[in-house]
Write a new protein. Structure first.
Length: 145
């Protein structure tokens, strides 16, 4: 089956320009900090995915249904309500390690593959970096180059 046409794809738009154009000063500073964290962990230059997601690396996937696509290996979006950080959902059977990190992280919420942080001051940035690194490692194991 051919790759599905995704609404959110990597573009040539500048992630730095996107961050610089954020209207809220705190969100700009936090987005710059999260960008730097992701660059350290991934070693990748970011790309803007859709209008508001900054992604690092990419991988191709195929579901059991045959639907296929390309998505970022790691990323974040400085949304109005909260900073959204995209993480590997099941950490490739390393969930206990992830749970221990979430317990030390600080104030946050999670969704299936998303971590929501209202303010970076609410979390331990070293623990956040460990979570992003664990997710990156899990993605590399699940989707080797």
């Amino acid at each position: 089956m051919a790759k599905a046409e995704l609404k959110t794809t990597a573009s040539a738009a500048s992630p730095a320009d996107f961050i610089a154009a954020l209207p809220d000063e705190r969100k700009r500073a936090e987005a710059a900090a999260i960008d730097e964290l992701h660059r350290r962990v991934t070693g990748c230059e970011p790309k803007l995915w859709g209008p508001s997601i900054i992604g690092y690396g990419s991988y191709d996937y195929t579901y059991d249904s045959g639907r296929a696509g390309t998505w970022m290996r790691a990323g974040f979006s400085p949304r109005k309500a909260a900073m959204t950080i995209y993480l590997m959902a099941d950490y490739c059977n390393r969930q206990a390690e992830a749970d221990a990190l979430f317990a030390r992280l600080g104030k946050h919420k999670t969704g299936k593959s998303c971590l929501y942080i209202n303010k970076l001051a609410d979390v331990d940035l070293e623990v956040l970096e460990e979570l992003v690194a664990l997710s990156w490692q899990a993605m590399s194991e699940a989707y080797p180059d």
